[in-house]
Unconditional design. Structure first.
Length: 196
């Protein structure tokens, strides 16, 4: 029998723009009254609905009375996941996130923060991107190139080396520049091949 306490709304996290509550397996996000940002929660709701169609982001439930509800993701933030797991699982996750970034690039949606997504990727059975408040449409989306920047960063290099994952930084920078000029599948696949 489910306890009544399961359904009590509890403060879960407090961000610059939003305050997050948890109620059972549902997240409820409302505007932080101290934030001067306009319509950020509404913006996140719109992009979640759109990206869910491509299996990106936590499952959108509703947006009513300035409250965004979506399915709670139980999992590790990406850095914790990388430290705990083996080479095969890490490569799968890095490629999966890269693929999600490529889909967003093709949709001309820029997520932002993918160059430092330590609190923006949760890994349960698969990686789930979270926090879409600052998403916007642009012809110059940078999700893939920002995530590559994160993969080749010094912070990640140390963790990946321990897992025997060696990524050629110079080659990745060159390939990322080629991808930026022409965001096609061929250039994207060249980047993926270097994650090994």
């Amino acid at each position: 029998m489910t306890s009544y306490n399961t359904f009590i709304m509890k403060l879960f996290a407090r961000g610059k723009r939003g305050i997050i509550y948890k109620q059972g397996n549902i997240i409820i996000k409302v505007k932080n009254p101290e934030s001067k940002a306009v319509a950020r929660i509404e913006n996140e709701a719109e992009y979640l609905k759109l990206l869910n169609k491509k299996k990106i982001g936590p499952k959108f439930i509703s947006f009513k009375n300035n409250k965004l509800k979506y399915r709670f993701i139980k999992g590790d933030y990406i850095i914790d996941f990388l430290k705990k797991n083996n080479k095969k699982k890490i490569i799968e996750v890095l490629k999966n996130v890269s693929n999600q970034c490529f889909i967003m690039d093709k949709l001309k949606i820029n997520k932002l923060e993918m160059h430092h997504p330590v609190k923006h990727i949760l890994i349960d059975k698969k990686p789930v991107l979270i926090d879409f408040e600052r998403c916007y449409k642009t012809n110059n989306s940078k999700n893939v190139t920002q995530f590559i920047q994160f993969i080749i960063s010094n912070n990640l290099k140390k963790i990946l080396l321990k897992k025997k994952i060696i990524i050629n930084r110079k080659k990745m920078i060159k390939l990322a520049k080629e991808y930026k000029k022409n965001m096609n599948k061929e250039n994207f696949n060249k980047l993926l091949k270097e994650i090994k």
